[in-house]
Design a protein around this ligand. Sequence first.
Ligand SMILES: Cc1ncc(COP(=O)(O)O)c(C=O)c1O
Length: 320
Amino acid sequence: MTDRHVDAETPAWLWRSGEMVPWNEALIHVNAVGHASAAAIFEGIRAYRSADGRSLLLFRLEDHLRRLLDSARICRLDLGHDRDELAAAVISVLRANGYRDDAYVRPWAFAKGFVKEQMVPADSLCEVVVDSWPFSSELAAPDGCRAAVSSWTRISEASMPPRVKAFSNYHNGRLAAMEARLNGHDHPILLNERHKVSEGPGACVALVRAGRVITPSLSSGVLESVTRDTVLHLLSEVMDMPVEEREVDRTELYLADEIFFMGTAWEILPITWIDGLRVGSGSPGPVAQRLREIYSQVVRGETAHYRHWLTEVPTTGDEK
Ligand SMILES: Cc1ncc(COP(=O)(O)O)c(C=O)c1O
């Protein structure tokens, strides 16, 4: 394999339907774009540099790939690769690109072939792609973010199930994100069709009130987030804190001592302002701070108890 970096942020290789392909040659015909936008599904997975610097640690790879297969099942797409093959592809992409520091891996799939009509037949064969890029952690960042409840309603199980990680679902989150930015906030929180709290455009949400952590239930119009599941484990198993998964009212956000986002990309991100109201002291609160510390130790392989969540990819040898 030759080195074909386009620029410092662009990897040399991605994995496409069974082979390593130079990143800048992984093109699709313009005719196929219609398919890609209708039912394309994806995953976002982080690989963290281990605390000893000797390997990259893919965080909950199996769980992300399981969710990719779940999304494929709901969308009736046939990936043509099982979980083991996809895991091997993810690892080979990390190796081929020679990453030694934190990286993000994005497997995605879209119906194969030219488009004569917009609707994709059931059980369609897919192209599967595994892409990646460098992506450093923000877990040690000192500040929280400003959030606002969006005027846009979260997509629903009745039309576009939020449980599916489909690119097209992100049109909803994007509209909300743009509105939030235009109004001077960092991120939106969307309410569902029952006017209950659902999630942000790229992360689930939780609040702390009177010593309890409360997060919208999985039927509130949210993605079945791997980070949310991780945080719930850490809260009950390490921090010994009670957790409630249930419908959440908008005004509970206003009375919360702490609020935070949780997701692979945003990790654990404290919310310090909600709809112009200060949350707690206006600085990241103790629960979110402690979670960030524990999470950071877990993803970098410093906590023996959670090693089973990590897939180790050594970085000391010849990566390719
Ligand atoms: C809409 C949405 N909700 C929640 C999440 C968090 O999911 P996870 O923790 O599995 O990354 C994401 C992240 O991809 C997301 O896009």
